[in-house]
Design a protein around this ligand. Structure first.
Ligand SMILES: [Zn+2]
Length: 258
């Protein structure tokens, strides 16, 4: 694979990340994605094209609004950089193929779900339910027409993955009596459908390890207090992205241990 398409897709990822940032800002507040046009959250000044160039505008303006000097959330930059990296990686993995389209779609969905849950503690139905329908349709369509493609689990495996996660998280919600919310059940079912059996266990394991490590770090460095809830959804979302990237390699490495 040549470098040029990878760079083009990384730049495309940066551009799409701007839209993902708009989704992250506006979907939880029930605001329109198109109106009003992008503006500074502090001074309400409408932003010009030169303020909206992904990554570069943030760095050039040193993370501050050109007009009022208010800090622009660092998340804007992180989402732009990581989406660029995920798009570049996807292009490198799949070349120009239908798999690339699926990989990019899922990466965008889980990026938005992850950041909204991290910032607001919300997993929005208007993202999760359409994503569940899309995952079922994609899995069914690929099972019918392109059954040999690795990135989409065969429909039976997808259903098994979704069912396992649904059952497991329902059980956790009931046992923990509100320690984990219903929203996590929906997210878990989506993750099961997208990764499928047996990769769903890789996603779950990575999510649990990642969530545990970060929770300990947050408590040790006193960024969060003991009583504060740390949402599990973002770690599951990151784990899903990692599983979609390297799940099969992780699984064969794990099987090689025994
Ligand atoms: Zn401003």
């Amino acid at each position: 694979m040549e470098a040029i398409p990878i760079v083009i897709f990384a730049l495309l990822g940066m551009t799409i990340a701007s839209f993902l940032n708009v989704c992250i800002d506006r979907l939880p507040a029930n605001q329109s994605l198109v109106f009003p046009p992008s503006h500074c959250a502090a001074c309400n000044r409408r932003l010009a094209i030169k303020d909206l160039i992904p990554v570069f505008s943030y760095l050039w303006l040193r993370g501050r609004c050109r007009y009022c000097g208010a800090a622009i959330p660092k998340r804007i930059l992180w989402v732009e950089i990581s989406t660029a990296a995920l798009f570049g990686l996807a292009c490198w993995q799949y070349n120009l193929s239908i798999e690339l389209a699926v990989a990019l779609f899922y990466r965008c969905i889980f990026m938005v779900l992850m950041v909204i849950d991290w910032e607001k503690g919300l997993i929005l139905n208007k993202i999760v339910f359409p994503a569940i329908v899309a995952a079922i349709v994609i899995s069914a369509a690929f099972s019918l027409f392109l059954p040999d493609i690795e990135i989409v689990p065969f429909i039976g495996r997808a259903a098994a993955g979704g069912g396992i996660m649904l059952a497991l998280f329902l059980l956790i919600v009931i046992v923990s009596r509100g320690g984990m919310g219903w929203a996590d059940v929906k997210l878990a079912a989506l993750i099961g459908l997208v990764t499928g059996f047996p990769l769903v266990f890789v996603a779950l394991l990575i999510g649990v390890i990642l969530g545990g490590v970060v929770a300990v770090l947050l408590l040790v460095f006193k960024i969060k207090k003991r009583k504060e809830a740390i949402p599990f959804g973002p770690f599951l979302a990151i784990a899903t992205i990692v599983t979609l990237l390297w799940g099969n390699s992780i699984l064969s490495w794990y099987r090689g241990l025994f």
